[in-house]
Design a binder for this molecule. Structure first.
Ligand code: SF4
Length: 302
C-alpha cells in the first residue's frame, strides 16, 4: 500500500513536469475516439517521432472510421507503407468494419466492447477512453511500466522484474481522478524522455520519491532489454521485403516476386512466409498470382 502523501507527491511532481513539457500531439486534444485509436495502434512498438508521421498520413487518407471501413485492404496497407508491423493496419481496418457493422459506424464507449475489437488491447482501449471519451482509464505501455516499476517497486528493469498485475494495480492507484488526459501522457512521456532504459536520474523530478534511485546512485545499472532478435535474414525482414514489393508492384506472379527477392536456398521458407501473410490478411495468393491485401473480386471465391 502506497501512503497517500507519496501518491500525492508523485502526482504533483509529474503533472507539473508535464505542464512544462507537454507535447501537442493532435490526438491528445482532438476528443475523437477514432483519432485516439489510430494513435494508440501506431504507437505500439514505434517511437513517438514516427507515430506522428504515420498518424498524419493515415488521417489524411482515412479521416473517419466509415471512410476507413470502406477502403480496400490493399489501399490501407499502402497508406501504412513502411511503418512496420503491418498487421496493425489490418487490425485498424477490421476494427473500423466491425464498428460500421455492429456499432453504427462509431467506436463504442463500453470498455468490454472496445476490447472485443480486433487489435484493441487494454492500452489502446485506455487511450480511446481517455482521449476519445474523456474518461479515467489508466494506460500502461512499456514506458509506464518502467516508471512505475522503478519509482514504486525499486526494480531497475521493470519489464522483466515487476509483475504486470502489480504495475496495473499501481497504475490505477496513481491515476488522479478526472485527470487521465494529462496523467497518462505525463507518465508515458516521462518514461520516453527522462526515465529511459538508461535513466536520467540527475534531471528527474521524481528522484526524491523513487525507490530505484538509491540503487542507480550506488552504481547499479540497467542493461537495455533486447526487444527483438537479429533483423538480418529474419522472418520479419523477409516479410517486410515481400510486402514492400507487393506495395510497389501491385498484383504480380509468385515467380516474379521470387525473381525480385532472390531467396536462393530460402525459397521454400519465403514461400511459406507469403502464405503466412495471406493468413494474416495482408496478402493474397491465387495459383501462380499474388498481391497485396484481399484478392481482386474476379479472383475471389464464387
Ligand atoms: S530517479 Fe531515475 S529511476 Fe527513478 S524515476 Fe527518476 S529517472 Fe527513473
Amino acid at each position: 500500500m502506497v501512503p497517500p502523501a507519496r501518491v500525492r507527491a508523485i502526482r504533483t511532481s509529474l503533472l507539473r513536469w508535464y505542464d512544462a513539457h507537454e507535447q501537442p500531439f493532435p490526438w491528445r486534444s482532438a476528443r475523437d475516439p477514432y483519432a485516439a485509436m489510430v494513435a494508440a495502434v501506431a504507437a505500439q512498438q514505434t517511437q513517438m517521432a514516427r507515430v506522428l508521421e504515420i498518424y498524419d498520413r493515415w488521417m489524411a487518407a482515412f479521416p473517419t472510421l466509415p471512410v476507413l471501413a470502406q477502403a480496400g485492404r490493399d489501399e490501407v496497407l499502402r497508406v501504412w507503407g513502411r511503418a512496420g508491423y503491418p498487421q496493425r493496419a489490418a487490425y485498424l481496418h477490421q476494427a473500423a468494419q466491425h464498428c460500421v457493422e455492429e456499432h453504427g459506424g462509431a467506436l463504442p464507449p463500453d470498455p468490454e466492447a472496445l476490447l472485443a475489437l480486433p487489435g484493441v488491447g487494454p492500452f489502446t482501449a485506455a487511450i480511446i477512453r481517455t482521449f476519445g471519451f474523456g474518461e479515467d482509464a489508466a494506460a500502461v505501455d512499456t514506458n509506464v511500466v518502467r516508471v512505475i516499476g522503478r519509482v514504486l517497486f525499486g526494480d531497475l528493469q521493470p519489464a522483466r522484474e515487476t509483475p504486470a498485475a502489480a504495475v496495473g494495480a499501481m497504475a490505477e492507484r496513481l491515476l488522479p481522478p478526472g485527470e487521465a488526459a494529462r496523467w497518462n501522457p505525463a507518465l508515458m512521456d516521462y518514461g520516453a524522455l527522462v526515465c529511459l532504459p538508461r535513466p536520467r536520474c540527475q534531471a528527474c523530478v521524481l528522484a526524491s520519491v523513487c525507490a530505484a534511485r538509491p540503487r542507480f546512485q550506488a552504481g547499479e545499472t540497467a542493461e537495455p532489454v533486447r526487444a527483438q532478435g537479429a533483423w538480418e535474414g529474419s522472418d520479419r525482414q523477409w516479410r517486410g521485403r515481400i510486402m514492400a514489393h507487393l506495395r510497389q508492384r501491385g498484383p504480380t506472379t509468385v515467380s516474379a516476386l521470387m525473381r525480385h527477392l532472390r531467396p536462393g536456398q530460402e525459397r521454400a521458407r519465403v514461400r511459406g512466409l507469403l502464405d503466412g501473410l495471406q493468413r494474416d490478411g495482408l496478402a493474397w495468393v491465387r495459383g501462380a498470382r499474388c498481391g497485396l491485401g484481399d484478392p481482386p473480386a474476379e479472383d475471389g471465391p464464387g
